[in-house]
Design a protein around this ligand. Structure first.
Ligand code: TYD
Ligand code: MG
Length: 469
């Protein structure tokens, strides 16, 4: 039997060799050789499939008709993140931890697409069709025209999946997950770097050639990156990730790459008895409710794309006699936490060298925005002193190594949202050269250094009159 030939291709420099080696001889990188199928004939290009060679078009006319080929999925928060819907022929990769709700979301997407009259092919290599049906039952999707329009197949061969899609021509193809499908022509097991790459390439070929949008589920590794070859994210058009605390209800959907829209938008969902529902007031969703202000808790008005969200930073510091105290962060950057502990000690007289430090964001959110520095530092100070912030206070700002504070963008929008949710006071850095922000209902406490901020923010502050702009 003739077998398609394979080569080991370096994922770093592209050099190809016949046998696997630990180190690429061309560029010297380690563990970058990946088995890749080599076909006799070159891969058919999309235009060749359609039988037309692409002719150059004037830039002014390029891409005409693209707007119409967007298919809204009928879930407002997801359409918002996608930039208006799924683009025909696009490949979307949906990543997230196990059990976070990827399959649930995609079944709901399938239902949304089916509701527009199109059919959906749902290929699952993770579960049996009866497991998918059980989930569908929870979502109320087992009878009716919509359930009929969603065709489920438990299949792991990427060749058979693409054949089915070519025959069926569905309005959407879902592959759950890319780590469970494999090409029959490669030796590696499903999930291996070579197989994931080959499966993705084959599905992309299908998407571009037949104009079918394809959504792939991708697993993430422990450190939160997508499992598989590094090139995976470069190959696909859109990378979405579902984040959140699996034990809590809230889920955040974020685009980390989007060739057809902004990567700034986020969608907020809640996992309930009947799948994921959109959250009515996302700005408030990640805020924990307290009867009285609690020491170690600071509310920060962050910006996720164009959407202001109020999040609660929580810190706990506890004395320890261990030689190297703990620094545990979840939802915030651990390096930033370590740095803030150092700056607090050296520049604000808040010594934490003999304390264990824990910091997290309420609601399982994960935020990298530098503006979270000041709220985090204030939460640490508040916990150490065991004094809450003045009631109704929010804080936002970046902290420098010298203990100086830097302003963040979009302050106006952030504070308006804070005012809407009932906050009355905001500790913010001085922003020389920018017009002073004035938001009705918010008293601004403008500070220059971290030490000032600590004095101004903590309730019953011993010293320091807050400076008004
Ligand atoms: P699932 O979509 O299977 O996660 P993933 O595909 O990302 O691994 O969903 C996992 C969890 O969601 C599971 O613990 C059950 C829960 N769930 C609900 O709470 N409500 C629902 O309606 C459904 C379908 C699932
Ligand atoms: Mg799943």
């Amino acid at each position: 039997m003739s077998r398609t030939q394979s080569r080991f291709v370096c994922q770093s420099c592209g050099a190809a060799v016949v046998r696997w080696e630990g180190q690429c001889r061309t560029c010297g990188e380690w563990n970058t050789l990946v088995e890749t199928v080599v076909r006799d004939a070159p891969r058919p290009r999309p235009a060749a499939v359609a039988g037309v060679a692409p002719a150059p078009v004037p830039l002014s006319h390029a891409g005409e008709g693209d707007a119409q080929s967007r298919r809204p999925v009928g879930i407002g928060e997801l359409d918002r993140v996608l930039g208006g819907g799924l683009v025909a022929g696009s490949v979307v990769l949906l990543g997230g931890e196990p059990g976070i709700g990827k399959s649930t979301l995609l079944l709901q997407v399938a239902a949304g697409v089916a509701a527009t009259g199109a059919t959906v092919l749902y290929a699952t290599g993770e579960e049996s069709t009866s497991q998918v049906r059980l989930r569908a039952a929870r979502l109320g999707l087992t009878t009716g025209a919509i359930a009929d329009a969603i065709r489920v197949v438990a299949e792991t061969g990427v060749g058979r999946i693409t054949d089915l899609a070519r025959a069926d021509r569905p309005g959407l193809l879902v592959v759950d997950s890319v780590q469970t499908v494999a090409s029959e022509e490669l030796d590696g097991p499903p999930g291996s770097v070579g197989q994931v790459r080959e499966a993705t390439l084959r599905l992309m070929e299908l998407a571009k050639g037949e104009d079918i949008p394809v959504v792939l589920v991708g697993h993430v590794t422990k450190d939160g990156t997508l499992a598989g070859p590094k090139t995976l994210e470069h190959l696909v058009d859109v990378v979405l990730s579902v984040e959140g605390d699996r034990t809590g209800g809230l889920r955040l959907l974020r685009a980390t790459k989007n060739r057809y829209g902004s990567t700034e938008e986020v969608g907020v969902f809640e996992m309930g008895e009947k799948g994921l529902t959109e959250v009515a007031d996302p700005a408030r969703a990640f805020l924990a409710e307290h009867e009285v202000p609690a020491p170690g808790s600071v509310v920060a008005p962050i910006l996720e794309g164009s959407r202001p969200l109020l999040v609660e930073v929580q810190a706990l510091v506890a004395p320890t006699s261990a030689p190297s105290p703990r620094r545990t962060a979840s939802g915030v950057d651990p390096n930033r936490l370590a740095l803030l502990v150092a700056v607090l000690g050296r520049r604000a007289g808040i010594g934490l060298a003999a304390h264990d430090v824990y910091a997290n964001l309420a609601g399982g959110l994960s935020v990298t925005e530098p503006g979270l520095d000041l709220p985090l530092a204030l939460a640490l100070a508040s916990s150490l002193r065991d004094r809450p912030l003045v009631a109704g206070t929010v804080a936002i700002g970046e902290v420098g190594l010298l203990g100086e504070l830097r302003a963040v963008g979009g302050l106006d929008r952030r504070l308006r949202e804070a005012a809407r949710l009932g906050f009355v006071r905001a500790v913010v850095p001085r922003s020389p050269g920018r017009p002073a922000v004035q938001v009705p209902g918010i008293e601004l406490v403008v500070v220059g250094t971290l030490a000032d901020a600590v004095r101004a923010a903590l309730a019953d502050g011993q010293a320091g009159q807050p400076r008004r702009p």
